[in-house]
Design a protein around this ligand. Structure first.
Ligand SMILES: Nc1ncnc2c1ncn2[C@@H]1O[C@H](COP(=O)(O)OP(=O)(O)OP(=O)(O)O)[C@@H](O)[C@H]1O
Ligand SMILES: [Mg+2]
Length: 259
């Protein structure tokens, strides 16, 4: 089979009478091949960027571990150093693990196990998974949970991961402290969760970009938190939206369908 484009036209003489017709047949193989090449090059470009991003994120903790391991030999008898070594290396390993886990989560199709869930338990889980020292004292967390919400259908672990990415972004947006508010509501179609912060906000020209894989404005950011959260929420038939005002803060709204 050949991809062909056929167009026809009537040829008209000087006094308006038809004198014949023209049929134009274009072989589209070259255009098709060029388009395929272009799509392939774009995919490769994304892969290259992702690999470079991941390599960069893994290299820092690795070189920190290398340095500390070299020092360990001469400082082994110093108990203070041993404790310092333990906590630094644990932190570095945590970072490597974080990067790998995020990468896998973003690339692999998930094995979702759906069941009826109370959204508030999922949000509490997302919050407590962050509380291991990750929410600083100067951030006030308040939850405004609607008293009677219908259950949603979802994978609780996966959803908690998605919410914790969004919540942690809010925490990171408030380095000098502020308020983090998580509230819930519902209408006839959706359970709505809104996550608000009084942080740095997002410039209007970045409101689209923040969803792109690897878009990050942070020193220690991979730029996969929001793409993963969105993938999880859309995978549950939901949607996620953002409103933000620079200097004032941001609100992420998640809609999950009521089954
Ligand atoms: N609540 C927020 N307030 C301000 N900016 C935000 C907020 N949430 C996201 N952003 C912006 O969107 C970008 C992308 O967020 P995303 O979570 O995808 O990546 P990241 O936080 O930079 O890195 P990581 O992969 O570690 O999560 C952030 O770098 C930040 O610029
Ligand atoms: Mg993030």
């Amino acid at each position: 089979k050949l991809p062909l484009q056929v167009s026809t036209r009537q040829l008209v003489g000087p006094n308006g009478t038809p004198v014949g017709s023209l049929m134009l047949v274009t072989d589209l193989r070259l255009r098709r091949d060029l388009e395929a090449e272009k799509a392939k090059a774009e995919r490769l470009d994304v892969v290259n960027k992702v690999v470079a991003g991941i390599a960069h994120e893994i290299k820092n903790p690795l070189s920190s571990m290398t340095t500390h391991t070299q020092l360990l030999r001469e400082k082994y008898d110093d108990p203070e150093f041993r404790e310092f070594f333990r906590s630094t290396v644990t932190g570095d390993l945590g970072r490597v693990n974080d990067v790998v886990e995020k990468f896998v989560q973003w690339t692999q199709p998930s094995k979702r196990e759906l069941s009826l869930q109370d959204i508030h338990l999922i949000l509490d889980e997302a919050l407590s998974s962050l509380k291991n020292g990750r929410i600083p004292e100067n951030i006030r967390v308040s939850t405004r949970y609607h008293a009677s919400l219908p259950e949603i259908k979802g994978d609780p672990k996966e959803l908690a991961k998605g919410f914790s990415s969004i919540i942690y972004n809010s925490v990171e947006a408030m380095p000098d402290g502020g308020n983090l508010t998580i509230s819930t509501l519902s209408d006839s179609q959706y359970v709505k969760v809104s996550i608000s912060d009084t942080g740095a906000g997002i410039p209007p020209e970045q409101l689209e970009e923040i969803w792109d894989p690897l878009f990050s404005t942070k020193n220690r950011g991979i730029g996969l938190g929001l793409p993963i959260a969105r993938k999880i929420i859309e995978g549950h038939g939901g949607k996620i939206e953002v409103r933000s005002e620079p200097e004032k803060g941001s609100t992420f709204q998640v809609f999950l369908p009521i089954p």
